[in-house]
Design a protein. Sequence first.
Lengths: 451, 289
Amino acid sequence: MYKMKAIYVWLTMMLMMTALAACGGNNGEQPGTAAEGSDQPASESPASAPAKDPVTLTFLIPNTDDVTPYNEIFKAFEEKTGNKVEVQALPGGDYDNMLKTRFSTGDFPDVFLMQPGTKQYVKLRADETLYEWSGEAGVWDNVIDSIVEFQKNADGKAYGVPFGKTGMMGVFYNKDVFAKVGVEPPANYADLIEIAKKVKAAGITPFYEGVKDGWPTQVFYLTGWVSQVDQEIGDEGVRKLDKNELKLSEIAALKDLFVKSKELKELGLFQKNTLSGTFDELQNEMGEGKVAMAFMLDGILPQLEKKFGKDFVRDKIGFFPFPSATDTGTAMITPPNQLMVPSKAKNLEAAKELVKFMISSESVNMFYASHPGIPIFKGATSELYPVQQTVQQYIDSGKSKVNVQNRLTASFLDLGKTLQSFHISGDVDAAIKEMDTNYVKDGNSKRLEGF
Amino acid sequence: MERKKYPLFFSFPAIIVFLLFFITPTVIGIYYSFTDWNINADEIKFIGLDNYRELFNEPRLKKAFTNTLIFAAAVTVLQNVTGIALALILNEKLKLRNLLRMIFFMPYVIAPLVIGYIFRAIYHPEHGIVNRIFDSVGLDSMMQDWLNDPRFALFTIIVTDIWRVAGFSMVVYLAGLQFIPKDLTECASIDGASYWTRFKHVVFPLLAPAFTVNVLLAMIGSMKVFEIVMVLTEGGPGYTTEVFYTYIRNTFSSGEMGYATAINMLLFVLVTLVGVPVLMAMKKREVEM
């Protein structure tokens, strides 16, 4: 009995010591960082020499983005300034909401990556929360003029600094499969369907749709928009949509996109289990030649490169836009992401210094070396993949259009969910009505004029 | 014998904590459900019943409401049936009885999120163990996409949750069984009562307090289901497994705080409307020993 008591006492003491050890420690600082002077602006130290009192900056990024090039840039930044950067990758699907929640609780990151467009300024109430860059020296000199304009809102203010590359969405295809079946990229939409039928007859899945993930299903509609909806409503129609003077359900060409998607399903041109389709499986199936085509964004390229190598992406992957009824269609491009700094960031000066470092030619070239893409910086060099060269040709010939989501202030809220339901029910009218309702709801929630 | 009465102020610390951390947020929540509180707006305005009017015209909420009721009813019934069965079996003198009790209770102490991730792998249409078993015994036709097929998704979540919580019911029933005097069941046995008759007329009536606790906890818990749905299907595919809390989460995260609070209030009323009559009905049939 005495022995047992002694054991209990020892156990209790050990537990208490463990708890105390866990409570103590680094006063909330990151391991290996200096605790003192952490709110000292880093810019007071010369950028070329490490700061005397280095700080740790927080950088938020969606986990759907590859952090490799960012880590390389941040390593170089640390070597140059002594300041560390802690990368926090948040879930892509909840990124905006988690960011807004952190803003509303005053838990500001130092720098964060955001999707393109001035609509983000509205979403984040930029005039109250974000640092304004339009008059900042050393930021805009190397940015391509059209991108500079795109960054500014109606008042000429820019709350984000563009970073990355011009993105693209459309149809990515496996060239080996096309060669095996003996088909070429389509001349129009009817041609696309014929190609898909031939692929199916050869025992290969024509299209892969990642319905389970939700977001991949949107690409069909967004790429289809620039090739056929924009032709019907024009820029004026988009302006009316932006002011809620036009309803999505009134656009015949949009309804036609839903009809076309339903037709693909009814013709059996998607993979067998569309509802369990994921982005990850798409990469595997396309890489292995089991799938011929996918409506997708260029985010698939680094993933394919990781799994199948650079040569595969360069030699075996092709691209064409969503074809229209009469021609090869319009290439859909997405403006670059943007770097934003909260005006109440804990290390505001160091954060600004980081942004400037990230857009320096040294960093930009470092980024393009691991993420080749159509550059947005003057004098930047990037080895383009053939699929990106295809898009560049469309841009050069004036056959490209920016993603409608980047031209509208309100968003197509929960479109992925709407399209999942549409895949189950096949009810075109219900789907377009829901898309319309959610769009208005988002405009209303953002307190936009006209909603 | 007169019971000793303690001074009233002994309860003050508990009352203060209760007022501060439960009553105050609840009252504030009720107020916010009548406002247009939105993360994108500068000011919060009182809008009366507008949020509630909007609620009743929302088809997605109707789906969430139906799914929540189906889930709650199925889980409450099956969790208790399984719990009683396990408790009766593990109340017998079996070898490894304590080990088995621990094994059946263990899922309850694992976080629902972890269980969700494990079961996502188990239900995987191609590599999951469920379909692999069907395949290996030649039952190919039984192989399904358990979580992504709208016909099976809700059913699959229900089964997973029952696996998770049945052990808890078992423990409560086991505790109840320990309080039933052995001489009562032995008398019934001597009188020639079968096992089923003994259970129906002796054991089950005396298990009534445990039954009340289990049914009530299961019902309230399952009406507030969230994590297991979130991690297994996120309310999908589409809205086929949407429940109250996945809808509330979605609304909260789109910044509509006032509206989301109104949905929460609706759920609060619903739980009360279902819970109180059930509690009263079951209290009536409890037997004093």
